[in-house]
Design a binder for this molecule. Sequence first.
Ligand SMILES: Cc1cc2nc3c(=O)[nH]c(=O)nc-3n(C[C@H](O)[C@H](O)[C@H](O)COP(=O)(O)OP(=O)(O)OC[C@H]3O[C@@H](n4cnc5c(N)ncnc54)[C@H](O)[C@@H]3O)c2cc1C
Ligand code: FES
Length: 239
Amino acid sequence: MPRPVPGQFVMVESAGGGLPFWRRAFSVAGFGAGEESCWLDLMIREVGPGTAFWRGVPEGTGTRVLGPLGNGFPLEEPPRSVALVAGGIGLPPLLYAARELAGAGTRCDLFVGAATAEELIDPEGCARVAADTGGVLVPCTDDGTAGEAGLVTGAVERRLRDGAAWSELWACGPNPMLRAVAELGRAYGLPALLAMEERMACGLGVCLGCVVPTPDGGHLRVCTEGPVLRGDAVDWEAL
Ligand SMILES: Cc1cc2nc3c(=O)[nH]c(=O)nc-3n(C[C@H](O)[C@H](O)[C@H](O)COP(=O)(O)OP(=O)(O)OC[C@H]3O[C@@H](n4cnc5c(N)ncnc54)[C@H](O)[C@@H]3O)c2cc1C
Ligand code: FES
């Protein structure tokens, strides 16, 4: 497998080709390669049969993986500094991006939002990854049980209001959060790059199950034209 770009994803089959029939999409959270093999780091939140399948599967179980798919964040021209904004299980592509940017001279401030303290994923590990780029972790919880209380986009906005000088905003999470990041980008004149997670069947641009509306009345396929789309490329009202 070629080295995935952060933001790219893989379509994973349930081991043995069993149910559910369709592969499920997961963002790449990490990657490494040896001489004859490679490994992928995936983080999976259980929401239904395709994600529950992996709970308790014995180590060493084989499966088929299609990818890497889609575009990714533009690492070939890394920004000077970036706010990475993750909502819930939107964390994996941003964590991978920060790991890949360590040493590239890009400061990554990592904003992570979750409903409660228990749902924050590995805060110590996230803080280390951000620190490796010269940045900080800003955890936020809806109920205030850890980090800053309230929406993660509120924490980003407060810093922008106080003069934070990021070159770009990158985000992954639920659509209302992505829309809020797109609006912050517009308000503060910053490019907002959003890794979207529409439901996918093929992951290859064929089924049109993942399309999102564009402001000119057209559509973009998240699996092939995305999943990383500019905030102003999406018609958020029509989504
Ligand atoms: C590009 C991309 C990257 C993704 N990366 C990750 C990841 O790194 N880790 C992870 O845990 N999940 C990720 N997802 C979401 C993951 O693909 C779904 O959670 C999974 O397909 C659900 O399968 P299931 O059989 O468990 O649940 P289903 O029975 O298919 O669905 C259960 C519930 O989850 C909702 N749901 C399913 N898929 C999505 C989706 N894509 N967006 C919003 N709601 C959904 C359904 O509406 C339903 O309410 C990603 C999705 C995409 C498109
Ligand atoms: S998932 Fe089939 S076209 Fe995007």
